[in-house]
Design a protein around this ligand. Sequence first.
Ligand code: PBG
Length: 325
Amino acid sequence: MGFPVVRARRLRSSETIRRMVRENRLTVDDLVYPLFATNGQGVKNPVASMPGVFQLSVDLIVEEAGEAVKLGIPAVLLFGIPVYKDEKGSSAFDDNEAVQCAIRAIKEKYPQLLVIPDLCMCEYTSHGHCGILDEQGNVLNDETIAILAKIALSYARAGADIVAPSDMMDGRVGAIREALDAHGYSNIPIMAYSAKYASGFYGPFRDVAESTPQFGDRRGYQMDPANSDEALKEVWLDIEEGADIVMVKPALPYLDIIRRVKDEFQVPVAAYNVSGEYAMIKAAALNGWLEEKRVVLEALTGIKRAGADIIITYHAKDAAKWLKE
Ligand code: PBG
């Protein structure tokens, strides 16, 4: 049976019927809003490559978290710009650094908002790599995961609801799980950046987080963009080590990976709509080349359709507003 008996356009003839047969729906429940905590008071530093994104001191990050709560956004992802950086990334597990203070302040004012600190060393090391280095400048895996576990405990003490390791070291989920469990935090879930690619789309993020590697690149630990089976292996390993939520990052150039992960594993899948994806849309919209609202909602719906249960996006506040209209 085919045309003219079958006419696909019948189910597209009005908004009401389109509503009835719509397969995927983006909702505010899907969104996580990333924020950048810095030290000081009343600090709001704009970032040229990410219009609308700021480094915020703790007082202002609490206000921004309040905006998210008002819009119904369930969670924020926290990054930190520390006071000091060293070879070993010590400021990452300093209980008085920006992220720890931001977690405490947000949880005190908005206990219902989930606070998810991103767990990595690149913002805290003087060399900008996601771990500690040997003499040749290679990231030492097993030494690094011990530090990551320490950072996780610092975040847990501050009151983090979920921790999100983004370093791509082998065995880090297991090391973090073990440390959390041993210290009475067995109820804190791990959202693992499982399939994190060595991507050019992180460029603007590194401006805001001040985390550009001082030499070399991250290809020795982040994944080759050409690989797909390897993403399933990484996700499987993380689940085996105790990851509760797995992530694919970036999102838009990797929709096929999101779909494969969702089809293969029965766990919540997060997708990170990263800084470069945000910057592209923002730049085009500011030039009047794209209609921002329409393309943002289309891009986020595409990520959802690909299989993401959770979408981390700098568009979260705008999307939440538009979804309310
Ligand atoms: C830290 C981290 C990065 C991002 C999230 N966590 C940067 C990187 O790996 O260089 C990127 C987020 C974005 O681009 O929006 N390792």
